[in-house]
Ligand binder design. Sequence first.
Ligand SMILES: O=C(O)c1ccc(Nc2c(-c3ccccc3O)nc3cnccn23)cc1C(=O)O
Length: 448
Amino acid sequence: VSKRLTPVNKIDQSEPYRFLLSTVHGIQDNYNQQNAISLKEILSVEHGQLIRSAQFNYMFDIEFLLEQYPLEFRLKPLLIVHGDSRHDNQSIKNQCSPYPQIEICPARLDIPFGTHHTKMMFLLYETGLRIVIHTANLILQDWRQKTQGIWISPICPKTNDDRESKTNFKKDLLEYIERYRARQLQFWQKTINEHDFSSINVHLISSTPGRHTGPDLNKFGHLKLRQTLKNYLNLDKDEQYNSSPIIGQFSSIGSLGPNANSWLTKEFLTSLKQLSSSSLESPELKLIYPTVENVRTSLEGYMAGGSLPYNMQNAMRQTWLVNYLHRWKADHRHRSQASPHIKTYLRATNDQFKDILWFLVTSANLSKAAWGVLEKNNTQLMIRSYEIGVLYTPKQFSKATFSLPDSPSFPIPYDLPPVKYQTSDKPWIVDVAYKDKPDSHGNMWDPS
Ligand SMILES: O=C(O)c1ccc(Nc2c(-c3ccccc3O)nc3cnccn23)cc1C(=O)O
């Protein structure tokens, strides 16, 4: 085997998509070599001399987080951006108080039941600024034996002129940060402005709490996705794709209403199915969410279900949803037993799933809180939570579609086509006891 002259790190090897999964403790190592990375490797000194960083997330274990930074970077300034929920705030303050280098920034949650779900890192090096958008909480359990998704930007060099990406990523990211209205983020707004984003080839799809209307109507949530697909998926003769299947894959499900037409197909699917031209056909929507058996036989066993908080109250009101559900299966990535905490959405060109029209990795689960619900005769979109994700469209990679037999093919995290729930399959519900079969650790699940 020819020896590489310049050691290429995992991040550069993931070009051009820069989409990686988290490494999994307990599977063959070669399945952790290709397109998989740990938090320690993301923060490694091999990427340059870190000046300071910011970590946006929902759950934090500050001791664990600091341990993932190289020793020489642990005293660098670190901004923690978290959800300003009463109980959480206290634990964050207590965890951070021993560390003068850590500043905290509570994200305003003015609409009830909203959460600060966004998982993002700003890493400022002497050579430039790196953005990481991902799906893992900053706790050991989220990085150990789950399937998590991670997009890692190039290190964007400092520049004197504006230098925007072809996808308007810089403008969209600044719009997102502006919504926090937090003085602790002013340094990062200035820093983002001063860096050259021209090498970024993904679109930003984010959500911020609010009732977005008028010029803001298509800036966030599923209407931003609809607008972006309309503007950037200029496929020739796209009517051939009108019935091509759409997949949603997630780790929790909100209250979606008494039937599919309440929000899922009428509103959400209408955004997902957007092509350059609108069409009336209703493509097939396939949803991937773990079964009880997926959880029971996972590496973590029933404990994995603690991070799949789909509750009985919602599940019992929407039994119609089960007909859309498919199992978690990722044999080709050796992750069928690495419980999914990643959230992804994609559209294939046909039901052979050999070609993909677009791919989104995001923090957003299947819920109105995350994606928004139209109000006031479709003139405003009400969103409760902060979410963030990146969308891949073929044009940005000079392709008509992402053809999976291609090399390098787009690193899809699960097996296609998805496998439908069989009659014996049940969706995992977090607040139900499972005591008839022990899990992979010999334990039962009794939440009471
Ligand atoms: O990503 C995800 O799937 C996810 C889903 C929910 C979530 N928060 C949360 C939880 C909860 C979280 C973790 C374990 C158990 C839980 O019950 N319960 C509620 C109730 N109402 C609003 C939000 N809630 C956080 C995340 C996340 O990991 O960021």
